[in-house]
Ligand binder design. Structure first.
Ligand code: NAP
Length: 250
């Protein structure tokens, strides 16, 4: 399965999530745009989709909070019926800092959003999509980072480690539910020009590091969205458990 149907994008109000929500709507999905705090950005994505004759809703929920995730999925189900696709995109970096300087609070928060949030959303999606539970199957894409392989030394080993855990979720869950009509894949984004770098404390980071990328530039959110939409689509019907780098050769 995975003809366009209902898609939930976590963190869909800004950056890669917003580009994914917009592109998915163009490809025929009805889209639930989840956000944590920035209602204005999420409502703008929804308005743009509706202006283009698509269907979308914005739903506030902190993916690290189980009760919020339960409410999020219940809302999507009530508004759109059967869920066909999930993009686990919501993520934070926790800012920059060497391991020797990190507080437990920062590490816990990064893992709560990037790892526990993805687990909770994947769990709720599988409960609804699994053919063993009477579902129609579906597809999940986890938005990971090249940092998982590079390690993020001197910048954010805590963030890189959370994405390493996400990559293990992709492989393990893909094999666990392969016989239940669900494909699970990931994209490992490289240096992408979004708000993430400014929020971490380095607004010019994407520009500063561009010359070190083999393709000599930062990527765009739309370029990552294209890979996500391909992994969700029937064109990727034999792809599961894979994490595809979208990183300009980095
Ligand atoms: P962004 O522009 O900072 O957007 C992050 C999104 O995540 C926002 O929509 C935000 O919601 C949402 N979010 C944060 N915490 C959340 C929570 N607890 N619950 C629900 N939503 C939450 O970042 P981005 O660059 O697009 O990043 C998207 C994903 O790509 C992240 O997983 C990130 O790790 C990954 N990635 C990014 C890069 C890069 O270079 N940009 C590279 C590799 C991987 P609000 O709008 O409400 O704040």
């Amino acid at each position: 399965m995975t003809v366009p149907g209902a898609l939930l994008v976590t963190g869909g109000g800004r950056g890669i999530g917003a580009a994914t929500a917009r592109l998915a709507a163009e490809r025929g999905y009805v889209v639930a745009v989840n956000y944590a705090k920035d209602a204005t950005a999420a409502e703008r994505v929804v308005a743009d989709i509706r202006d283009n004759c698509g269907a979308a809703i914005a739903v506030q929920a902190d993916v690290s909070v189980e009760a919020d995730v339960m409410r999020l999925f219940a809302t999507v189900e009530r508004e759109f019926g059967t869920l066909h696709a999930l993009v686990n995109n919501a993520g934070i970096t926790g800012g920059f800092g060497r391991v020797s300087e990190l507080s437990a609070d920062v590490v816990e928060r990064v893992f709560a959003v990037n790892v526990i949030g993805a687990f909770l959303c994947a769990r709720e999606a599988v409960r609804r999509m699994s053919t063993l539970a009477g579902g129609e199957g579906g597809a999940i894409v986890n938005v990971s980072s090249r940092a998982a392989r590079l390690g993020g030394p001197g910048e954010w080993v805590h963030y890189a480690s959370s994405k390493g855990a996400l990559d293990s979720l992709t492989v393990g869950l893909a094999r666990e539910v392969a016989g239940e009509g669900i494909r699970v894949n990931g994209v490992a984004a490289g240096l992408i020009d979004t708000d993430l770098h400014a929020e971490a404390g380095k607004p010019t980071r994407a520009r500063d590091l561009a010359s070190g990328i083999p393709l000599r530039r930062a990527g765009t959110a739309s370029e990552v969205a294209e890979a996500i939409l391909w992994l969700l689509s029937p064109a990727a019907s034999y792809v599961t458990g894979a994490t595809t780098a979208v990183a300009g050769g980095r």
